[in-house]
Design a protein around this ligand. Structure first.
Ligand code: OXT
Ligand code: ADP
Ligand code: MG
Length: 599
């Protein structure tokens, strides 16, 4: 260990504000470097060019120095939104998204997003400053005292703390590898305040940094596993390919398309896999979902887990006789996690590896005369699809006043069709579920939403990250409740001048806006908000454009103008407050509603 690094770092006291160290940091002698600089150098060496965060003790100076060093620092109004931004940046780029926070409360604000990243298999690193270890461990009441590492560990794929400047290189390298290798996830990196001003010899510091080689190594599937899967698919009478967000993350788009088209097997995308193959593709079975799941005899899952979103692979959704009964399908599962198979029902042909390698191995092993699925199966699906599409077309053609979800989303559907490259962010309950089925997606990784937890609050963080990392137009379709979780980030959107068009489907409440207080008291129902709230003024307050839209024509004009101008825009689309249903399409998961339904 170099002598300099062994020196006890100068204690910043119980309130270790290093924000004054800017000038002191600048005075680090040329032959020396410090913790601030090593963190920046380690990140830059590994291609990190953007940080999402919120400054304060002890990382204020780190944010300044990162910016001075050419790293883009996107500064948020709340750490949770910065964390969601980092998580989706990781999903979109396959590089760990970095969220930088202060200690205890800032760390906790970011922690939800870290857990969200782990749950959704997104690579993210939450980097938090922390307080004086010795004081924290003796619980002597430090400024923002908290044992952050211990708290982060159960919510992260891995958690590390760096105590010495010469270990920064290893700490950052370990965090990057843990986030992106194998099944991606959230990683916590704890950087105590007194690490930053620690100095060491500059040359030794440089040598201590690690540029991670091959951070997400390919994982090649075993040839016999590939053969087993192909044999099962080939023998199927009613095969189905189910695409999940792991398939979108893998960025193996051309091979997936080749596999889909080559086998002729109908495919069903989970919400964030929409667009991997266009929703308008003739093999897309989205409009026949409730038909294909119970009817298919062999289902190949590609980067999708049989969790609650797929009824754990059993029960009525899959044709099982009782809620827990297996429907009789056989499953192929392509996944990078060897432990995923059999987590709910038997997987007859697990294919363990990265999706890119697995799909290309399958393509290579398929013979030229691969049989197309039986015409009877394809015909039955087409029939169901035609029926459902016609039913939807009928609803979309109506023009009620006030607008309902269909008439408003019919506009969004047209705008997305005309701008297939735009990013669509989506949250809410009815606002989520109707958008998913009404708005077709045409390109991979263009739809990002509430994910595995069905979490509200991702809206503005996702929008900001999507605009920042892709440079594309963002359209965020938001329930009015959902928007409230991150609405203050409209200021961030305006501050950075991002091309984000927020459309709030405003029905005055959670699910519906027409509930009343059963006691007749003056407090409103817990499910409703101020009637006729003027959300558009929030964007105007920060210099963006705000529009109140009460008709589809007004909504269309406002969206077109937003996309033309690329100016931050918020459109408050007024929806009939009676139009929604409780919990959207997952009413059955709601205990009270379930009770009512069975009474
Ligand atoms: O086959 P059938 O006949 O069944 O028909 C299906 C398809 O075939 C058909 N379809 C089509 N037809 C024609 N053409 C096309 N193109 C087409 N495509 C599909 O349509 C139907 C439906 O298809 P779908 O959607 O594919 O199928 P289905 O059965 O719905 O799929 C099942 C699921 C489970 C995969 C799907 O439903 C799904 O992905 N669901 C996700 C649900 C979810 O995550 N919801 C969010 C959570 S709800 C609740 O928790 C909320 N909270 C609590 C809360 C949360 N979440 N978080 C935090 C931090 N705090 C609190 C809150 C507060 S929601 C919420 C706010 C709500 O209020 P808002 O104001 O924001 O929103 P509003 O409700 O609008 O007021
Ligand atoms: P969805 O919600 O869309 O069904 P899930 O989040 O449930 O998707 O599933 C994603 C799955 O994809 C996870 O099991 C994860 O291990 C897997 N996965 C993520 N990235 C890859 C990859 N590059 N190769 C293979 N599997 C992956
Ligand atoms: Mg609502």
């Amino acid at each position: 260990m170099p002598d300099e690094a062994q020196k006890p770092a100068s204690r910043a006291g119980t309130a270790p504000d290093t924000s004054n160290v800017a000038s002191a940091g600048d005075r680090v002698p040329a032959q020396e470097t410090d913790g601030f600089q090593l963190v920046i150098d380690a990140l830059k060496l590994n291609g990190i060019d953007t940080i999402f965060g919120l400054p304060g003790i002890p990382i204020t100076d780190l944010t300044r120095k990162l910016q001075a060093a050419g790293v883009r620092v996107i500064s948020f109004r709340h750490e949770q939104n910065a964390g969601y931004a980092a998580s989706i940046a990781g999903f979109l780029t396959r590089k760990p998204g970095i969220c930088l926070t202060v200690s205890a409360p800032g760390f906790l604000n970011g922690l939800t997003a870290l857990a969200h990243a782990t749950t959704n298999c997104f690579p993210m690193i939450l980097v938090s400053g922390s307080s004086e270890r010795e004081v924290v461990d003796l619980q002597q009441g430090d400024y923002e005292e908290m044992d952050q590492l211990a708290i982060a560990r159960p919510h992260a794929k891995a958690a590390f703390r760096v105590l010495h400047a010469e270990d920064i290189g290893v700490g950052v390298a370990r965090a990057i590898r843990a986030a992106v290798s194998g099944r991606p996830g959230g990683v916590y990196l704890d950087l105590p305040a007194k690490l930053f001003p620690q100095t060491m010899d500059a040359e030794a510091g440089k040598r201590s940094l690690i540029k991670v080689v091959d951070p997400a190594p390919r994982q090649i599937p075993a040839p016999d596993a590939v053969k087993r899967a192909l044999d099962l698919l080939k023998g199927a009478k009613r095969p189905l390919i189910l695409l999940g967000k792991g398939a979108a993350y893998a960025q193996a788009d051309a091979d997936l398309l080749a596999l889909g088209v080559g086998t002729g097997i109908p495919f069903l995308p989970m919400s964030m896999a929409k667009g991997l193959l266009p929703d308008t593709h003739e093999q897309c079975a989205s409009a026949a979902r409730s038909y294909v799941l119970p009817e298919a005899d062999v289902v190949m899952l590609v980067g999708a887990r049989l969790n609650w979103l797929l009824s754990q692979g059993k029960g009525k959704t899959w044709g099982g006789a009782t809620p827990k009964a297996w429907g009789g399908q056989k499953f192929v599962q392509i996944d990078i996690s060897p432990q995923e198979a059999d987590s709910n029902v038997r997987i007859d042909a697990p294919v363990v590896g990265d999706i890119g390698s697995c799909v290309s191995a399958m393509l290579a092993a398929m013979d030229a005369n691969w049989p197309q699925p039986p015409a009877e199966w394809l015909g039955a699906i087409a029939e169901r699809k035609t029926k459902n599409v016609a039913k939807m077309a009928e609803s979309l053609a109506q023009n009620p006043a006030p607008m309902n979800y269909h008439s408003a989303l019919n506009v969004v559907r047209d705008i997305v069709k005309a701008n297939p490259d735009a990013m669509l962010v989506n949250e809410g309950a009815n606002a989520l579920d109707f958008t998913r089925s009404i708005v077709d997606m045409y390109q991979p990784r263009r739809r990002i939403d509430v994910g595995t937890w069905g979490v509200m609050g991702i809206g503005m963080g996702y929008s900001i990250a999507a605009a920042v990392v892709s440079g594309k137009q963002v359209i965020a379709v938001e329930g009015d409740s959902a928007f409230g979780f991150s609405g203050m980030e409209c200021e961030t959107i305006c501050r950075y001048g991002l091309p984000v068009c927020v459309v709030i489907l405003n029905n005055n409440g959670v699910y519906r806006g027409d509930e009343v207080n059963p006691t007749g008291g003056t407090d409103p129902s817990p499910l409703v908000f101020v009637k006729g709230a003027r959300y558009e003024k929030l964007m105007e307050a920060f210099g963006g454009t705000g529009v109140l839209a009460t008709t589809p024509a007004e909504l269309r004009n406002a969206m077109e103008a937003a996309i033309r101008s690329r100016k931050p825009t918020l459109i408050n689309a007024v929806i009939d407050e009676k139009a929604g249903t409780e919990s959207g399409r997952i009413t059955s998961l709601n205990p009270a509603a379930r009770k009512k339904a069975t009474q």
